[in-house]
Design a protein around this ligand. Structure first.
Ligand code: SF4
Length: 168
């Protein structure tokens, strides 16, 4: 599967998918492919589009039968962290979220983080503030990979805390 998305990005949907199918059949039948191993032309964080190039997505309200809000799902993951440990999500420059990411991208961390760790809240004086609820982190490392300024570094939390996923 590894060549499918690079082929899709290079040649568009119809040709990319057709070439992806050819690539996978060659891998299956001959254990080799004429494409070799293709790479993406840019890192994931560099592919984020600024606000003016995108339309906001409005998701339906969770019905708690088939769809659930993020914090309910974090609860089901069994995530726990010692409350008094230092934040394991490090910002190289703490001003980047509000100074650059909020006006340019709408602060994407609050959207892509599956655990609702990052929040933009209003202070009593009306100014924005950036909050990190590190105790909710499920350790997917998306923020480390996707932050457009590469400003966030995920580090292992103290004490082996994190999700347990007892039902999986
Ligand atoms: S590692 Fe995943 S869950 Fe944790 S803060 Fe980053 S995006 Fe959120």
């Amino acid at each position: 599967m590894r060549n499918v998305k690079p082929l899709w990005s290079r040649y568009g949907l119809p040709a990319g998918v057709a070439l992806g199918a050819l690539d996978m059949w060659c891998q299956t039948l001959f254990r080799k492919t004429p494409f070799g191993t293709l790479s993406h032309d840019k890192p994931d964080w560099a592919s984020l589009k600024p606000l003016e190039e995108v339309m906001p997505i409005t998701y339906p309200t969770p019905d708690h039968v088939l769809t659930f809000d993020r914090l309910s799902s974090v609860f089901l993951s069994g995530t726990t962290h010692a409350e008094n440990q230092p934040c394991h999500l490090k910002l190289a420059d703490p001003t980047v979220p509000l100074r650059r990411n909020l006006p340019l991208y709408g602060e994407p961390a609050r959207l892509y983080c599956p655990a609702g760790v990052y929040e933009i809240t209003k202070s009593p004086d009306g100014s924005d503030s950036f909050t990190i609820n590190s105790q909710n982190c499920v350790h997917c490392k998306t923020c480390d990979i996707k932050d457009p300024e590469q400003n966030i570094t995920w580090t292992p939390p103290e004490g082996g805390g994190g999700p347990i996923y007892a039902g999986m």
